[in-house]
Write a protein that binds this ligand. Structure first.
Ligand SMILES: [Fe+2]
Length: 413
């Protein structure tokens, strides 16, 4: 079996494992338009391989309409906000669809595929890993809406909240000058993989600045709230303040007084843990209150490129599914660069100089979303380890709070 077939099996199996603790009812419901039911994720990721890798008659022609997410070039589709209404096919039927797609993809890989089709298998696996993270954030949103605050998994499987304290925040001086950002486009068989929005490689000009050695903690964020953070319009961007007023926000999503809702259910807030589930507006307001700012994505990438991936980075493989205190002392350089929380940057999600989306449906993957969103960097406690890299650009609208999004501060030198 070749390496790609093995990787295919591992990634697909991981998705199944994430859905394992959930009942058919859990997998059915949609808690808001942004969050999809687990059953929809299980089907859509399979539809992606069927549409972009397998040639020949579709296994389930009706699924083209039900499980197309946003590909205009493929055809019309069921409205996103109504995915929770798809009571048919059943969860069992979706699981059987997954297994039939798996058999066909593995058979195709064994027969041998053209380079461009192999590249689409690679893309399909990276796509599936993105949906693995969404399965966790979307089910968290759903369970968080339940009055019983149920845990995603059985208590006996739950990770004990990491103890340990956050070291004092240190400022790491970073030089100005011209730096290279982004990566070259992947080779003809799709490897080494990068999304098209990470290229072309290009030069960026940085001013001297400093980055915070670790993420902002819940304790620090609590001080912002106590200081009237959510009552002082001068700290907020106009759109952000409008949202605070309209939504009556007074803290991060999932904060409930002295408690916090996690994928392991509700438990006391821990001051030394990184603050998570904040919007760009909240991150920006906090930074202004702290006499700092958010890093640009160029500053972030230039710094992260020099940081080695560490075995104890808190990515999905730790199964904690919640950010952990930074640990170590404040002098150890940048901490929590990969994993824990996606870090909001001050950079608008825009094309890199020279970027052109590919022709056809797969050109719709990233390019058409390059408007009105902000870039987040670094991966979270729900991101698979093999999915993240220094050049990776995640993006969400500024008001989004249901992803594992948090704050690293920057300052001008
Ligand atoms: Fe998708």
């Amino acid at each position: 079996m070749d390496g790609l077939a093995r990787r295919y099996q591992e990634v697909r199996r991981q998705t199944d494992l994430l859905a394992e603790p959930l009942s058919a009812e859990d997998c059915q419901v949609q808690s808001m338009p942004d969050a999809s039911p687990t059953k929809w994720h299980l089907a859509h990721t399979s539809w992606f391989f069927e549409t972009f890798v397998l040639e020949g008659a579709p296994l389930e022609p009706a699924f083209d309409y039900l499980f197309n997410s946003y590909y205009e070039a493929v055809g019309p589709r069921h409205p996103r906000a109504a995915r929770g209404l798809l009571s048919r096919p059943s969860l069992d039927e979706v699981r059987s669809y997954r297994r039939r797609i798996d058999a066909q993809v593995l058979e195709a890989l064994e027969r041998g595929l053209r380079d461009d089709v192999r590249a689409r298998v690679v893309l399909g696996l990276e796509h599936e890993q993105q949906h693995q993270e969404l399965i966790l954030t979307d089910i968290k949103h759903l369970l968080g809406a339940h009055p019983g605050a149920p845990a995603y998994r059985l208590r006996k499987e739950a990770a004990t909240p990491a103890s340990g304290s956050a070291p004092a925040l240190d400022w790491i001086a970073r030089p100005g000058g011209v730096t290279e950002i982004g990566v070259a486009a992947p080779g003809p068989n799709g490897e080494p993989f990068a999304f098209d929005n990470e290229s072309p490689k290009h030069e960026a000009l940085l001013r001297p600045h400093a980055l915070a050695s670790r993420l902002v903690t819940c304790g620090e964020y609590r001080a912002f709230i106590s200081d009237g953070g959510y009552r002082r319009p001068e700290l907020w961007l106009s759109d952000g303040w409008a949202e605070v007023e309209a939504q009556r926000h007074d803290g991060p999503l999932y904060w409930r007084g002295e408690a916090i809702f996690t994928l392991d259910g509700e438990r006391p807030l821990i001051d030394d843990e990184p603050v998570v589930h904040v919007s760009y507006y909240e991150a920006d307001a906090y930074a202004r209150w702290a006499d700092a700012r958010l890093p640009t994505e160029m500053e972030w990438e230039a710094a992260a490129t020099a940081v080695p991936a560490r075995a104890d980075d808190n990515l999905a493989e730790t199964q904690s599914f919640h950010p952990r205190p930074a640990g170590g002392d404040g002098k150890a350089g940048l901490r929590q660069v990969f994993g824990d929380v996606w870090e909001w940057t001050a950079s608008a999600y825009a094309p890199y100089p020279g970027y052109r989306a590919a022709a056809g449906a797969l050109g719709e993957y990233n390019g058409k979303f390059m408007c009105s969103q902000l870039v987040l960097r670094g991966g979270s406690c729900a991101t698979p380890r093999t999915h993240i890299r220094p050049s990776y650009r995640n993006f969400f609208p500024p008001g989004a709070r249901w992803q594992f999004s948090g704050i690293r501060l920057a300052r001008d030198a």
